[in-house]
Design a protein around this ligand. Structure first.
Ligand SMILES: [Zn+2]
Length: 425
């Protein structure tokens, strides 16, 4: 895709005689009015989506949600495909829209929720004042609705100053995106910008933490706890020593959080335990910080404080970190400028708070500038009967996404590499 961009730029610079027939960019006033006009449709779409029970392991619900999403994308004029995403129980739904410009945009959100099948029977979509309640109303079905409405607004205003807008809805974010992460990374590598629509409200995130899990296994020697405790080597005590000595090893200033979360040891109350296992949650920005942590842990393991015990560590990485790039920052600044135009203060957040999302997979190729959190504000995600999205963010949310795309779409050629890119306008 990048080569195609280069070829297109060369063609334009070479002074082709045929003028590029872009429709005039929609004005601020047009975008404001169109975003406002979308609100009732946004709420209808969100209601339909929220009332489909689509927990990550609910194949039937995911299929119904995918049908619904494919239908909505088709009616907006996108070319739609559904891609099986094993081990996920659902399909990835992808919609594509071709324009006449040179810059490309990938818009992503997930349609699975954390809730078990049947949750939706007793917990339906409901609007109360400023709160839109229901399973997934915030995370991330509000984000899906922002994407659908933004595309609808751009279509209605005849905006075509982009090469491609691709929409991707995945069914497995809440379980780690094992079935969709490669597709997200591949599509992102073919687009200049990726906008991810996890809940966000006024915030736009440029950084999310990487996640790893550390497992500690301690082996000791069993013995009767009452009769001959001195003949045992207590694995639980050694594991506890390590936990106590490492509990302050987080480095908040570097974005490294290291916290012990699970432990298991022993079989019987009267036996010195010969096995103990514990795991820790690690959030990081730089893998080198995890490597340094492992070196320190290795030093501890080399000299256990309980004689006769052995300590071993293993680390498993899941989501990579998302880091700011010059180009992602410039896109976020367009979002902030868009917010300023309507009195909606967009805050650019370039330090991670510990959460992680699919945005990191999108950034993993290094070829797309990735900005996270185009979904609505709200509370209670992952909490049954408590989750809600805030209605007053709908119109600004649609405006900020669509206006940023209009602004980033304008320009002389494809955006340059995110790492040192400049968004020429
Ligand atoms: Zn989410």
């Amino acid at each position: 895709m990048r080569n195609i961009f280069l070829a297109m730029t060369t063609l334009a610079v070479a002074g082709s005689c045929a003028p590029v027939a872009w429709a005039k960019a929609p004005s601020v006033a047009q975008l404001k009015a169109a975003s406002q006009a979308e609100e009732p449709v946004f709420l209808q779409r969100l209601e339909q989506l929220v009332d489909i029970d689509s927990g990550s392991d609910n194949a039937q619900g995911l299929a119904a949600a995918a049908d619904c999403l494919a239908g909505k994308l088709t009616s907006l004029g996108l070319r739609v495909s559904r891609i099986a995403a094993p081990p996920s129980a659902g399909d990835v739904v992808v919609g594509t829209l071709k324009g006449k410009g040179r810059r490309s945009f990938l818009l992503i959100a997930h349609y699975d929720t954390v809730y078990p099948a049947g949750t939706g029977r007793n917990w339906k979509y409901k609007v109360e004042g400023n709160r839109i309640h229901g399973p997934g109303a915030l995370d991330a079905k509000s984000g899906i609705a922002v994407i659908l409405s933004s595309v609808a607004v751009l279509k209605r205003l005849g905006f075509d100053d982009f090469s491609t807008i691709t929409v991707l809805f995945n069914p497995d974010e809440e379980t780690g995106s094992a079935g969709s992460r490669d597709l997200i990374a591949r599509l992102a590598s073919q687009h200049d910008f990726t906008l991810s629509a996890e809940p966000g409200g006024t915030q736009r995130l440029l950084a999310t933490s990487g996640i790893a899990r550390l497992t500690m296994t301690v082996t000791g020697a069993a013995s009767h706890a009452g009769v001959a405790p001195e003949q045992g080597s207590n694995a639980l005590v050694e594991a506890s020593n390590v936990i106590a000595r490492t509990r302050d090893w987080s480095l908040p200033a570097r974005g490294l959080k290291f916290n012990w979360t699970l432990s298991h040891s022993g079989q019987k109350a009267n036996v010195i335990p010969d096995q103990a296992e514990a795991s820790a949650d690690i959030r990081y920005l730089k893998k080198a910080d995890v490597d340094a942590l492992l070196v320190r842990l290795g030093t501890l393991a080399a000299s256990p404080s309980v004689p006769g015990t052995q300590v071993a560590f293993a680390v498993a990485y899941s989501r990579p970190p998302l880091l700011p790039t010059p180009l992602s920052r410039q896109f976020a600044e367009l979002a902030r400028d868009a917010g300023d135009e309507i009195g909606y203060p967009v805050e650019i957040v370039d330090q991670p708070f510990g959460g992680a999302s699919d945005a990191a997979y999108a950034a993993s190729s290094g070829k797309s500038a990735v900005v996270e959190s185009f979904g609505l504000a709200g509370q209670g995600n992952h909490a049954v009967f408590k989750e809600y999205a805030e209605r007053d963010g709908i119109v600004p949310g649609i405006y900020v996404m669509s206006r940023s795309i209009v602004q980033a779409g304008a320009g002389p050629g494809p955006a340059t590499a995110p790492q040192h890119g400049k968004l020429e306008r």
